[in-house]
Design a protein around this ligand. Sequence first.
Ligand SMILES: CC(C)(COP(=O)(O)OP(=O)(O)OC[C@H]1O[C@@H](n2cnc3c(N)ncnc32)[C@H](O)[C@@H]1OP(=O)(O)O)[C@@H](O)C(=O)NCCC(=O)NCCS
Length: 199
Amino acid sequence: MGLISDIKTIKRKDPAARHWLEIVLTYNGMHAIWIYRLTRILWILRLKLIARILSSIARLLTGVEIHPGAKIGKNVVIDHGTGVVIGESTIIADDVLIYHGVTLGGTGNDRGIKRHPTVCTGAMIASGAKILGNIKVGAYSKIGANAVVLRDVPDYSTAVGVPARIIPNEYSSDKVCSLSDKDRFIKESKKYGKKRHRV
Ligand SMILES: CC(C)(COP(=O)(O)OP(=O)(O)OC[C@H]1O[C@@H](n2cnc3c(N)ncnc32)[C@H](O)[C@@H]1OP(=O)(O)O)[C@@H](O)C(=O)NCCC(=O)NCCS
């Protein structure tokens, strides 16, 4: 289930992570993801009540609430963990970094199946940010601390403030989640992706 890969990703993304044993014993965000993977299997097997009970126990233990209906990719890191809420129809692609206090939630106005955000590959969501509604956070974009994001964020852009304003940069386009080719992910992340997530 990618446990070793999870540990390696934390070591790569968190300069404070010193040793694999320290990561296994102390990273509550990683514990939350591991329990989520179990609850997700139960959810798919239609054991939904057990999945919800287990995820609320996980919330008590880790401070992170991940609905078993959410879809979360590989190498997703929840750093510091506490106060993170991830709603039922959220989709999180690979290599996303999420800090404490982040909400991936609904606006309260949406109806239907998809009412929570989609976060694309390599995005970074800083502490306290709220991303609300069925919107997309583009690949390798950055959401600033305490931002409230209510509309799509293009790939490679930064969004800050309340409500969030988009700050493009030299790599930005008006495309959102346009990266689908793995080779391109690797190429792009080499020139832009990795070290920019170190805070
Ligand atoms: C968003 C962030 C990642 C910086 O991204 P960036 O693309 O390098 O953006 P810049 O620093 O160039 O700032 C661009 C503009 O956004 C503003 N800005 C940056 N972060 C902001 C924030 N959180 N809220 C409001 N405005 C912010 C800057 O003042 C600047 O404004 P200006 O263009 O008017 O001068 C960073 O500011 C941030 O929020 N980091 C928090 C990380 C975190 O959660 N750390 C917790 C670790 S425990």
